[in-house]
Design a protein around this ligand. Structure first.
Ligand SMILES: [Zn+2]
Length: 487
């Protein structure tokens, strides 16, 4: 190297912009080690209730214990791992039959479909009340014990259907004479739905019939389908009781899943002064592809092994640093992918009063942006946290993108479940600063086997976001800087 080159390099170094922070290669390596482990095929896609869950819990529990965290469950019988009981439900059977004056009216098989929100629901020989498009108010007395026959209005039709059920109809039978087909309804409703086992089961009956099926049910009666539609189109339409009764039955298959949230705690010097919560979901989809595809496992490297890696390294740095006044809770949630259910379970049965949580930061899919990218805030403008976040960003020489475009993702992440319980929760990350980049991820590897560890996975942005979160928690963990929320 000649002297001139040395001078040139020295000049380059001198001109490095102030915001470029020193790259933390050791941190990037530590993050990569976690992602490599958690997104390996041995974890089989980290599906709740499987051996993949057991492995994930063991790994996180061991890491957090070694870092020096304590169990944060506040439940000696269930240290570290808070049980979350789920139910998976899928439609199992469906039947519909019609009678006029106790004589059966034949309807071709396959022209009806019945669903229940409960385990089994039967409505026996209920009179049918034709409510047209369901636009007017229908009285509770008029609906009681009856099945409302509703003309379909697409998504608005589902709203009207729900309104009729709420108003007391024994069931709602929607005639599919518009855009929606029975096949589409079956495909959409046939998938399994998940819920917390503690959730109250309804017994709502939702039934669907094709226009041809209804023609046959009405055959021989005073009004055919065309006459019903003509009635409904009149401005002075009022619901009409038909000379027709229906028996509807549906059952649901239920599978119980026992899964867990992992909760660790870094004790503060003044736990009565409140707490800061950091969370990241550990679950993913398990095997999500079917043969003949060769790779069946959704490893979830970015979604959300990267978030667990970040959460764990934030914990390590905070545990090594000077003690905070406030407790810091670390929560790895289950069942995010199937409806934010682990976060909901945490909020319904929290280890500390939720009003004690001064700020919560969710960490989901943090490995999308390289270092140097600005920060985006999912949940901007929705909590009192923005001013503090911007102050920390300024001190840390991080840019925050203007506007609230990242709020487009607010319902798609665990923070949403906590916000419903008034816990001020946001997600702050370079990953969420550029909508186009996020959308590219959604269109390619997201929720597919392609979201796996690939050579060259860039964790430099995640490393910067880890450092930023350490500063965030130090700020919000200080009662002098951020007072406890008033109740
Ligand atoms: Zn996901």
């Amino acid at each position: 190297m000649n002297r001139l080159a040395v001078v040139a390099i020295a000049a380059l170094l001198a001109f490095t912009p102030a915001q470029a922070q020193r790259r933390d290669k050791a941190l990037e390596a530590a993050l990569l080690a976690h992602v490599t482990e958690l997104a390996s095929d041995a974890y089989d896609g980290r599906e709740p209730g499987t051996e993949g869950e057991a492995k994930t819990l063991r790994y996180l529990g061991q890491q957090w214990f070694d870092i020096g965290l304590e169990s944060g469950t506040n439940d000696p019988r269930n240290a570290w791992f808070a049980p979350v009981k789920l139910v998976a439900r899928e439609p199992a059977s469906s039947s519909a039959s019609f009678t006029r004056r106790n004589r059966p009216q034949f309807v071709p098989p396959g022209s009806t479909e019945v669903f229940t929100s409960g385990k089994r629901t039967l409505v026996n020989s209920a009179p049918i009340l034709f409510v047209g498009k369901g636009e007017g108010e229908v009285g509770r007395a008029e609906l009681a014990g009856r099945v409302a026959l509703l003309l379909d209005g697409g998504t608005e039709g589902s709203e009207r259907q729900n309104a009729l059920l709420k108003a007391g109809a024994a069931g709602v039978l929607t005639v599919l004479d518009g855009e929606r087909t029975l096949e589409q309804i079956r495909a959409r409703r046939g998938r399994s739905g998940y819920a917390l086992a503690t959730e109250e089961l309804g017994g709502d009956l939702e039934a669907f019939i094709t226009a041809e099926g209804l023609e046959r049910a009405l055959a021989g009666g005073p009004l055919d389908f065309a006459a019903l539609k003509a009635l409904a189109a009149k401005p002075d339409f009022v619901p009409r009781l038909l000379d027709l009764a229906v028996t509807l039955e549906a059952t649901t298959r239920e599978t119980r899943i026992n899964t867990h949230n992992v909760i660790g705690r870094l004790p503060g010097r003044r736990p009565d002064s409140g707490a800061v919560l950091l969370l990241a979901h550990w679950d993913h989809f398990g095997e999500c592809a079917a043969p003949p595809a060769e790779d069946l496992i959704c490893n979830g490297a970015i979604d959300n092994a990267s978030g667990l890696a970040a959460l764990t390294e934030i914990a390590r740095r905070l545990a090594k640093g000077p003690a905070l006044d406030r407790d810091v809770y670390f929560l790895a949630t289950t069942a995010e992918e199937i409806g934010l259910l682990g976060a909901e379970a945490f909020a319904e049965d929290p280890p500390l009063p939720l009003s004690q949580i001064v700020a919560a930061f969710n960490i989901d899919s943090f490995a999308l942006a390289p270092r140097g990218a600005p920060l985006g805030i999912v949940g901007r403008g929705l909590t009192p946290l923005d001013a503090g976040i911007l102050a920390v960003a300024k001190a840390q020489k991080r840019k925050v993108v203007e506007g609230d475009a990242a709020n487009a993702y607010i319902r798609r992440q665990d923070g949403w479940a906590l916000l419903q319980h008034d816990v001020p929760t946001v997600m702050v990350s370079s990953s969420w600063s550029d909508i186009a980049r996020v959308e590219r991820f959604f269109e390619t590897d997201y929720h597919r086997p392609g979201d796996q560890l690939k050579p060259g996975l860039d964790l430099s942005g995640t490393a910067e976001d880890v450092a930023f979160h350490v500063a965030l928690v130090r700020h919000f963990g200080d009662p002098k800087k951020v007072p406890l929320r008033s109740k």
